[in-house]
Ligand binder design. Structure first.
Ligand code: PRX
Length: 650
């Protein structure tokens, strides 16, 4: 093996569910005999009608079909809640830690059951039926979990929208899902600041001219809100009207469980559809083995339920395993940069899962914030969302984990439903920055731009050759877009949009997106979305957006903007554009750098040469490549010369 390897410790080899030999044996079987392997794994769930078929999938672009356990039926909420009651009624299902460190709540499985049933009855009493889409726009409060599970209980399809999205982004997601029911709260709180979620919802409904809507409002802060009679309902007023008895809806394994919008390289975000059986099985299985979850462990994933990580690894995976899952409303640096570690000590967290951007920010705050806490309960650390640089990995390992805790660097995507490439902590030696080896049933491969498969230790485009149960099934109401986006570039394979390197030990190193998708602080966004927000501003004529390396965020947003003739370049205008993009998409899309330019580098046929823009954004001018095909080569010199004026003050 190559340099810088962290072998499995003897304690871990002894305690973990899986050691190296077992991993190899199970992996081989999952590939050689997927029906046998997944047929057995499917038994982890409680089925209403047992399945007799396991895998029915095709990546043929003429017939893309992904079905698992297709003749079985089950209920996801039953699997996450009811089935644990005989053995775990008094165990905590959810530990909630508020933004304010003095606020918390422990919710047992018995309480979770009662609250979810009542929540589900409120939905039913207000007309929500099986198959209806329910939009959830909530902060990180227990009601977000109740709402998701209540939908699952009655067969409604939830579409969670991250609370950091703007009214316009919310409106587009409500409209695309054709959703008539929104669940929100008066306000959210993060880092001591209130976020006007109900007002944003009102603005979204007005902006989209959406009719026949119902809005269910959770009281979180008590802040003043306008309630529209006949449309808006307070949750607490509805709850007193319903019983705690709510039968489960029988769902086919392939019935949709949720839609989650995610950005691609073109157009509006896509509604990624995940279904009931295969998704839940895969979320639970990966949660157990990758985090090595054992009964009694306290598990904490710091993601927001607005992202897929929150769906699979705060709610569905852990709860299907009868785990105790911690839900955190706040941010890593409030009230101080010790907050994560105070929470770890307070609840004696054993397994901790976060994003590289948070690790880098906390690393920047200094070791003292970590060292003054105990953290001896920690056993395993996880990372997700973007490549973790070896420096941050080693700091996380050494300082946070006191060189005792393995790190699972988990690579996956909204589309994949669960983790595809990751260490299993008892089975694999670690290398800082590598996601190591594939999970059961996952067959990664590398191809060049023509689709030729590459062998050995190389860099290439990352594809997956066959289906796994957690894979997305379609784009909501747009199966052609699903086929086009994922199965047409490298025919017969799923294209991830990521680049990767396989090393001489067969380890996988994800290098980042190879398409026009940005990953800013682990938030995924299309350059096209930011560009269309910019050109919607009346003073902007043209815009091109690229990513550039950013010490904390991983990638920053670099905008090249051409103004309409006669518009003056000012710092105020820069600040105004930043504000404009935040209002159009949300604060996560704030431009980091804006460079005004007289023109953009285009080919004679008018195509913007993004390769050149990326190089300039990276301050790498030695390697601009062939600029002879540019319509106006002087544009490039002008762009390089004006770089110093790109700072954003707003
Ligand atoms: O580029 C990869 C990066 O995040 C993308 C998926 O983003 P999203 O759908 O928002 O899901 C994020 C949480 C699963 C991927 O295409 N990514 C995710 N995890 C890693 C990663 N890049 C490198 N290493 C990872 N562990």
């Amino acid at each position: 093996m190559s340099e810088n390897v962290y072998p499995v410790s003897p304690e871990w080899a002894a305690r973990a569910w899986l050691d190296e030999a077992k991993y190899k044996e199970m992996y081989k079987r999952s590939i050689d005999d997927p029906n046998g392997f997944w047929g057995e794994m499917g038994q982890r769930l409680d089925w209403i009608k047992p399945y007799t078929k396991v895998k029915n999938t095709s990546y043929d672009p003429h017939d893309v079909r992904i079905r698992w356990y297709e003749d079985g039926s089950l209920n996801v909420c039953y699997n996450c809640v009811d089935r644990h009651l005989p053995t775990r009624a008094d165990q905590n299902a959810i530990i909630w830690e508020g933004d304010d460190p003095t606020e918390d709540e422990q919710i047992t499985y018995r309480q979770l059951h009662e609250r979810v049933c009542k929540f589900a009855n409120v939905l039913k009493a207000n007309g929500v039926k099986k198959g209806d889409r329910v939009t959830i726009y909530l902060p990180m409060i227990p009601e977000a979990a109740y709402a998701m599970l209540a939908c699952a209980r009655i067969g409604a399809i939830h579409s969670v929208v991250f609370g950091g999205f703007s009214p316009d982004s919310l409106m587009n997601r409500i409209a695309d899902a054709d959703s008539k029911f929104v669940i929100t709260s008066d306000e959210g709180v993060r880092g001591g600041r209130a976020i006007p979620l109900k007002k944003n919802t009102d603005d979204a409904i007005t902006a989209g001219n959406l009719s026949d809507m119902k809005v269910l409002v959770v009281r979180r802060t008590g802040g003043a809100v306008d309630m529209v009679p006949g449309r808006d309902l307070w949750l607490h007023e509805e709850l007193v009207k319903v019983s705690a008895d709510c039968p489960i809806e029988e769902m086919n394994a392939e019935d949709p469980l949720f839609i989650l919008y995610t950005s691609g390289s073109t157009g509006q975000p896509k509604g990624v559809v995940h279904t009931s059986g295969g998704y839940l099985l895969f979320a639970g299985l990966t949660h157990q083995y990758i985090f090595d979850y054992h009964d009694g462990d306290i598990y904490w994933c710091t993601a927001d339920v607005g992202w897929v990580t929150g769906h699979s690894y705060i709610i569905y995976g852990p709860l299907s395993n009868g785990a105790t899952t911690l839900m955190f409303e706040g941010v890593p640096n409030y009230p101080t940069a010790s907050r994560f570690w105070h929470v770890v000590d307070k609840w004696q967290v054993n397994i901790f899962y976060t994003a590289p951007t948070a690790i880098r920010a906390l690393m920047g705050a200094g070791d003292d914030f970590v060292n003054r806490t105990d953290r001896s309960s920690l056993r395993l650390l996880g990372s997700v969302g973007e490549p973790i640089n070896p420096e941050a990995w080693i700091w996380y390992y050494r300082v946070v984990g006191n060189s005792r805790c393995p790190i699972v660097d988990t690579w996956w995507q909204t589309e994949t439903g669960g983790i595809l490439i990751s260490p299993l902590p008892g089975a694999m030696a670690l290398k800082p920055g590598s996601a190591t080896l594939p999970f059961f049933g996952v067959q990664p491969a590398l191809v060049d731009e023509h689709g030729n498969e590459l062998e050995g230790a190389v860099n290439g485009n990352l594809i997956i050759k066959d289906s796994w149960p957690g894979q997305m099934r379609t784009v909501f109401r747009d199966h052609d877009r699903f086929v086009q986006t994922y199965f047409s570039t490298y025919k017969g394979n799923y294209f991830t949009g990521d680049g990767a390197r396989r090393d001489e030990d067969g380890y996988w190193w994800i290098t980042g997106r190879v398409d026009d998708v940005l990953n800013v602080s682990g938030h995924r966004m299309g350059t096209a979305e930011v560009e269309s927000a910019l050109v919607a501003h009346p003073k902007v004529s043209e815009a091109a957006v690229v990513g550039y390396p950013h010490a904390i965020k991983g990638q920053g947003i670099y905008c090249y903007v051409t103004l309409n003739a006669g518009e003056a370049v000012t710092d105020e205008l820069k600040a105004e554009l930043v504000k404009h993009v935040r209002a159009e998409i949300g604060p996560i899309a704030s431009p980091d750098l804006i460079q005004f330019s007289g023109g953009l580098p285009k080919t004679r046929s008018g195509k913007i040469m993004r390769r050149i823009l990326r190089k300039i954004a990276e301050d790498d001018f030695s390697n601009l490549g062939d600029t002879s095909t540019l319509a106006d080569p002087l544009v490039v010199e002008d762009l390089i010369g004006n770089r110093q004026n790109r700072k954003v003050t707003g």
